[in-house]
Design a protein around this ligand. Structure first.
Ligand code: ADP
Ligand code: MG
Length: 292
C-alpha cells in the first residue's frame, strides 16, 4: 500500500469511528479470517445488574446483599459494580471491608463486620475449600438464562448465589450477522462460566465458545489459533484482554474500554460497535488495492 492510500484509509476510518493506530493494522486486516470476541463489555453492555438473589437456608437476602456490596465496593469489575448498585437501589448502608484481595478472573475476598467473605465463581470458592454443592442447582438455572452466577461464602460456608445479567448490546446482533456474512470465523472467549457463555453465544449464533479462560490464558488461545494458520483479529475491552489484543494479528479495542486495552490494540472502535470491524476490513482491502 502507498503512504497516501494508507492516510486516506486512516482518515475514512476515523470519520466512521474506527481509529487505526498504525499502518500494519490496516494492512493486515484484509487477511484476517478469524475474529475472537471477548464477551463481557465487547458483545455485552458491560453494565450488568443483579437479577436474582438466592440465599442459602438460614441466610437473609438483604444481609447477603449488604455484606456482598460492602466487599465489592473495593473492586472495579463490572460485576462488582452491579452488586454495589443493587445495594444502593435498596438504600442499604454498607460496612468497611478489611484484608481485601481480588485474584483476577476469580472474585473477591475480605473481612466485613469481622466475617470472612468470598465472592466469585465456583472455582474460586472451591479453591478456598468451600463446598458450593448446596447451591449448584440454583446457580445452573441462572446460568441457563444467560446470567453469571456469583457465589457468596460467609465464614467458610456457602451463603447464597447472585444472578447477574449483562444485556447484549443493541448493535451486537446485526454486527455478528454481517461479520459472518463477510466470511469471518467467530470465536467467543470469556472468563465466564461455560453454561452462561453458551447461552449468550447461542442467542447470537456463535458456535465456537472458549469459556472459563483465565485472563493469563486469553493470549494463549489467540496464539493457538494463529499456530493453526489462522489470521486472527481479537476484540476486547478489559485490562484482562490486553495481552490477547497484543498477541493477535490485529487487536481491536472498544472505545469505552480500559486504557490498557486501547494501548495494546492497533484499532479502536469509538462507539464500541463491532460493525466497525466490517468497515475496517473493507478499508484494508481498498488500501491494499484489492477492490476499486
Ligand atoms: P470476562 O472474560 O467475561 O470479561 P473476567 O475474566 O473479568 O470475565 O472474569 C471472569 C469471572 O471471574 C467472572 O465471570 C466472575 O465469575 C469472576 N469475577 C471476576 N471478578 C469478580 C468480582 N469482582 N466479583 C465477583 N466475581 C468476579
Ligand atoms: Mg471484558
Amino acid at each position: 500500500a502507498t503512504p497516501i492510500s494508507i492516510m486516506v484509509g486512516v482518515g475514512r476510518g476515523a470519520r466512521a469511528g474506527v481509529l487505526i493506530k498504525n499502518a500494519e493494522a490496516l494492512e493486515r486486516f484484509e487477511k484476517v479470517d478469524t475474529l475472537v470476541l471477548d464477551k463481557t463489555g465487547t458483545l455485552t453492555e458491560g453494565r450488568p445488574s443483579v437479577t436474582a438473589i438466592r440465599p442459602a437456608e438460614g441466610f437473609d437476602e438483604v444481609e447477603l446483599l449488604r455484606l456482598s456490596a460492602s466487599l465489592e465496593r473495593g473492586s472495579e469489575h463490572p460485576l462488582a459494580d452491579a452488586v454495589v448498585r443493587a445495594a444502593a437501589d435498596r438504600g442499604l448502608t454498607l460496612s468497611e471491608a478489611a484484608e481485601f484481595d481480588s485474584p483476577v478472573g476469580r472474585g473477591v475476598t475480605g473481612l466485613v463486620d469481622r466475617r470472612r467473605l468470598f465472592l466469585g465463581n465456583a472455582r474460586f470458592l472451591r479453591e478456598a475449600g468451600i463446598d458450593v454443592a448446596p447451591l449448584e442447582a440454583a446457580a445452573e438455572v441462572l446460568r441457563e438464562e444467560g446470567a453469571t452466577a456469583i457465589f457468596v461464602a460467609i465464614d467458610g460456608a456457602v451463603a447464597g448465589v447472585l444472578g447477574i445479567a449483562d444485556p447484549v448490546k443493541a448493535t451486537t446482533a446485526d454486527a455478528i450477522r454481517d461479520l459472518k456474512a463477510a466470511g469471518l470465523r467467530l470465536v467467543m472467549m470469556t472468563g465466564d462460566n461455560r453454561t452462561t457463555a453458551e447461552a449468550v453465544a447461542r442467542r447470537l449464533g456463535i458456535d465456537d465458545v472458549r469459556a472459563e479462560v483465565l485472563p493469563q490464558d486469553k493470549a494463549s488461545v489467540v496464539q493457538q489459533l494463529r499456530a493453526e494458520g489462522r489470521v486472527v483479529a481479537m476484540a476486547g475491552d478489559g485490562v484482562n484482554d490486553a495481552p490477547a489484543l497484543a498477541a493477535a494479528d490485529v487487536g481491536v479495542a472498544m472505545g469505552a474500554g480500559s486504557d490498557v486495552a486501547i494501548e495494546s490494540a492497533g484499532v479502536t472502535l469509538l462507539g464500541g460497535d463491532l460493525q466497525g470491524i466490517v468497515r475496517a476490513r473493507h478499508l484494508s482491502r481498498a488500501v491494499m488495492g484489492n477492490i476499486r
